[in-house]
Design a protein around this ligand. Structure first.
Ligand code: HEM
Length: 499
């Protein structure tokens, strides 16, 4: 009864005719679940999925579960291809619902989800400019990695890995998209790091309160207030830059020749309205934590399996030597590193399900099941553990994709940035991640610096905590590592950047 009332108030009702995967929680979790009905999906998603598979025999493997933002229909992976380009199913629509994007404070999220896809076009432009921005990305990696990990040899230093990774990524993204002044502006970097986290926390909190009260409570809840302050502070910080651009546009002055987010937005806008601040914030929001999470896992893996480190170092050093430094082709030629990255995304997937989609009008699947208009859908990301797709899926094999790339037709199919129903790290189809090539290059640059310049290990006696599940899976934020500056035979990272 209480639950029915709650469902009505929060407007979170299950879909008719689709079985619901529910887990009985006990003890303290039982009590928490009364206030947080999506708890099981947050903390034990694999159990929920196993339950879903078990109860969906009569619905061709389709079921629903209660996520923090409401009920979601889960499709088996075989439907990924069928829905990938369906024009009535959008990623943006699902984010709008998940993240309350119409409430004050969520403007950056809303900007990235605009129907006219301006920000996505700007991200494509960023990727086309990868060769141009490479030198500044490398310079920023050098600066921020030295800042965090130091330059003194023979001394082990201890860090919370996630803090360092998020900060380094935020600086490189800012350097690539705005410039050195903002990459070194501590206030801007702090906001860039924090905004995505505040957005996530605020949306989870708001989902737990009745829909009618949200427009009022959004002004009171401390995390939501933080969110609005971050937007206001970003506007204040970027105002002089934006004013100069807008005045220039009004006076018909020649557009600045610099490659940055402002010029990319102007290049792709073609009459669409540009909000420079929100567009930049939404790019930071999409890119920082996903990329830093990959970097974090890669360093953890190096601490877990140090025998891999020399081979990775050798490949990076060889490629940089052959290329005479960081050329545009260098990241592509680091194929063992690429395989290592893809294997990490397979062995420790971030999402348990991917391809989140909002259904705009009824969609009938090939099996006759109708996905109802207004519904939220996602696809199981279990190809990564399917032994028919990945033999011995429990084994971490850094060379798995290196070998597969060498098979006939394997080159394009097994790269880190390749999208496929068998690994939904970057989604699939119309809404697959447009920034993945940028992320891949950025990760390779950061990791090369970190591996060639430093040795890595867990602090003596440290026990690696299990990953944390919170709708997706992240390395435990309390993970500590130690690093020590190495003596390189030759500082390949400092050699002249080849064009
Ligand atoms: C390792 C890092 C990253 C991961 C794991 C990641 C993952 C994803 C995923 C899963 C999606 C949804 C795809 C779908 O449902 O089909 C997505 C969308 C998106 N990503 Fe990424 N991403 C990463 C880095 C980036 C970067 C660096 C940028 C920008 C520079 C970016 C910009 C976007 C945008 C704008 C979308 C929305 C696409 C749309 O609505 O059509 N991402 N990303």
């Amino acid at each position: 009864m209480i639950y029915r009332v709650y469902s009505c108030l929060t407007r979170n009702r299950p879909y008719v005719g689709i079985p619901i995967a529910q887990i009985e929680q006990k003890g303290i979790h039982f009590l928490i679940q009364l206030f947080l009905p999506g708890l099981s999906w947050m903390i034990s998603p694999q159990e929920v999925l196993a339950k879903g598979k078990a109860i969906s025999k009569t619905t061709d493997g389709i079921y629903q579960l209660r996520a923090s933002g409401g009920y979601k229909i889960v499709l088996p992976r075989r439907y990924a291809e069928e829905i990938r380009n369906n024009e009535y199913m959008t990623f943006g629509g699902s984010c709008k619902k998940d993240f309350h994007s119409t409430q004050p404070g969520f403007e950056a999220m809303l900007e990235g989800l605009r129907e006219d896809r301006l920000v996505i076009d700007a991200v494509h432009k960023l990727v086309q400019n990868l060769g141009v921005i490479l030198p500044s990305m490398i310079d920023e990696a050098n600066f921020s990695i030295t800042k965090w990990f130091g330059d003194k040899e023979d001394e082990w230093r201890t860090f919370k890995l996630n803090d360092a990774a998020v900060d380094i990524v935020a600086r490189i993204v800012t350097r690539a998209t705005i410039g050195i002044d903002f990459a070194r502006n501590e206030e801007w970097i702090r906001i860039s790091r924090d905004h995505a986290v505040s957005t996530f926390i605020s949306s989870v909190i708001l989902h737990q309160v009745p829909a009618l009260l949200r427009p009022v409570l959004v002004w009171i809840i401390p995390e939501c207030r933080k969110l609005r302050k971050q937007v206001a502070d970003s506007k204040r910080l970027l105002a002089p830059k934006v004013r100069a651009i807008e005045e220039g546009l009004r006076d018909g002055r020649k557009r600045p020749a610099t490659a940055n987010v402002f010029t990319w937005l102007m290049d792709v806008a073609k009459g669409r309205h540009i909000n420079f601040v929100l567009a930049q914030m939404s790019i930071s929001e999409a890119s920082i934590h996903s990329t830093s999470e990959m970097l974090t896992r890669m360093i953890i893996q190096c601490c877990k399996t140090p025998e891999l480190v020399n081979d990775l170092r050798e490949e990076i050093a060889r490629v940089l030597e052959e290329e005479g430094g960081w050329s545009k082709a260098a990241p592509y030629k680091m194929k063992l590193l690429d395989s290592f990255m893809r294997e990490i995304s397979r062995h420790q997937p971030m999402g348990i399900a991917g391809m989140l989609r909002d259904v705009r009008r009824d969609v009938k699947l090939s099996n006759g099941v109708v996905l109802p208009a207004g519904g939220l859908v996602m696809v199981e990301d279990d190809g990564v553990v399917d032994p028919d797709v990945n033999p011995h899926p429990e084994t971490f094999d850094a060379r798995r994709y290196l070998h597969l790339r060498q098979q006939p037709n394997g080159e394009a199919r097994h790269q880190f940035v390749t999208t496929s129903p068998d690994n939904l790290l970057f989604g699939l189809g119309n809404n697959q991640c447009p920034g993945r090539q940028f992320a891949s290059n950025e990760i390779k640059i950061m990791f090369s610096f970190m591996l060639l310049r430093y040795d890595w290990r867990f602090p003596p006696g440290f026990v690696l905590p299990s990953p944390v599940y919170f709708e997706s899976r992240v390395a435990a934020p309390i993970t500590m590592v130690q690093c020590r500056r190495r003596q390189e035979a030759k500082d390949l990272l400092k050699v002249k950047i080849a064009a």
